[in-house]
Design a protein around this ligand. Structure first.
Ligand code: PLP
Length: 386
């Protein structure tokens, strides 16, 4: 087991997170974000219409499982009963609650890598044994079911995947999930499957939003939030779907012990925003389509030195400095040159990938700034060769 407390001089229960580098650094050519354009408070208020009814909401604690109207609109969007939904303070809290509740010393948690750092790090902090199953850039990050199956064991309590995945935007199909569930029933009957669907609704243009994995089996948990497709990470509203009543009660208990309840302002705004989800998402999907086109055109001119896994959805994807063009020293120079060029990318090692891989977020900057940022990135790559 890798114990965070014994790694270097770090005394934290959780590994030292790279995400401070995302929250606290904001270079002009910001290509590190996984979100699409942030809404402003004014845009949210205009969209939902602030009525007197809204102004009269008392600032008490929220309900333990979350605001009923919010749970209802989330459940309707997913197609599950309302009482399956537990709201969380962003899905980040959902990841934490699932890790703390399902994973203890002596248990095994299995995670597909690369992954969102807190997905992995909450599990490291839980005291369980973490087994990461590598997915390969060269295989387009398709899930490798035989590799996952090979590490399932009777003490496995959680298998955690994301669809689309962060950092690469690649989906796992429902057939693959069904196959995985069958293997879990045989080899890890006490395990729950967690499917992180944070990017599910961040599709491009008229692409259909695929159905949620919630309901694919009695041991399937899902989670998502309004942080990515909906442009509202600052509201900190997310949710879990949990079909099992006993586990729901345990997770609500964990939630109360962590935050008591979510913010009533966040929940009230989120309920109203999700009530207008089509009006909200249609123009954002179109923006993502156009941004992806810009990126694809840029990559056409960069094919000789950059590999790309084209994403299925999400404002994020993985690119790689070609091994035959850049040796390890050149990769190091590349990272050193980015700040000088005011370019910000998310390094592969944040997600458990190689340093020559980077996550590029193409939905955060306005389109004209995206073109400018990609030009700056090309300039930094030119400079690597001197
Ligand atoms: C895969 C994945 N899950 C969960 C989260 C947590 O996001 P939030 O807490 O804003 O919902 C993120 C954020 O980047 C993510 O990429």
């Amino acid at each position: 087991m890798t114990d965070a407390r014994t790694e270097g001089n770090w005394a934290g229960r959780f590994p030292q997170t790279p995400l401070t580098g995302l929250l606290d650094v904001n270079r002009r050519h910001h290509l590190a974000e996984s979100t699409s354009r942030d809404l402003t408070i004014g845009e949210v208020l205009d969209l939902v219409g602030v009525t007197n009814e809204f102004r009269d909401i008392p600032l008490g604690y929220g309900a333990s499982a979350g605001l009923p109207e919010l749970r209802q609109v989330i459940a309707k969007g997913i197609g599950v009963p309302d009482d399956w939904v537990i709201t969380t303070n962003g899905l980040a809290l959902g990841l934490f609650l699932v890790a703390m509740e399902l994973c203890r010393a002596g248990d095994r948690a299995v995670v597909a890598r690369p992954s969102f750092p807190p997905t992995r790090d909450t599990l490291k902090g839980s005291g369980a044994e973490l087994v990461e199953v590598p997915l390969e850039f060269s295989q387009g990050y398709r899930i490798n079911l035989s590799r996952v199956t090979a590490v399932l064991s009777p003490n496995t309590t959680l298998v955690s995947i994301a669809s689309p995945q962060n950092p690469n935007g690649i989906r796992v199909t429902h057939d693959e999930i069904r196959e995985l569930l069958a293997a879990m029933t045989a080899l890890a009957p006490d395990a729950w499957l967690f499917v992180d669907e944070t990017y599910r609704e961040a599709v491009y243009g008229n692409d259909p939003v695929p159905p949620s994995a919630a309901g694919l089996g009695p041991r399937v948990l899902t989670g998502a939030s309004i942080s990515k497709a909906h442009g509202s990470p600052g509201l900190r509203v997310g949710w879990l779907t949990v079909p099992d009543r006993d586990l729901r009660e345990r997770l609500i208990s964990a939630k109360i012990n962590t935050i008591v309840s979510c913010s009533v302002i966040g929940e009230a705004l989120a309920a109203r925003l999700l009530g207008k989800v089509e009006a909200l998402l249609a123009p954002r999907h179109e923006l993502l389509r156009r941004a992806l086109d810009i990126l694809a055109r840029w990559h056409d001119g960069e094919r000789h030195r950059i590999d790309w896994v084209r994403p299925h959805a999400g404002a994020l994807c993985c690119l790689r400095l070609k091994p035959e063009v850049f040796d390890a020293a050149a990769v190091e120079r590349f990272w050193a040159l980015l700040p000088e060029n005011d370019v910000q990318l998310a390094p592969g090692p944040w997600f458990g990938e190689e340093p020559r891989v980077f996550r590029l977020g193409f939905g955060y900057l306005p389109l004209e700034r995206l073109e400018e940022a990609l030009t700056a990135l090309s300039k930094a790559i030119d400079e690597v060769k001197g």
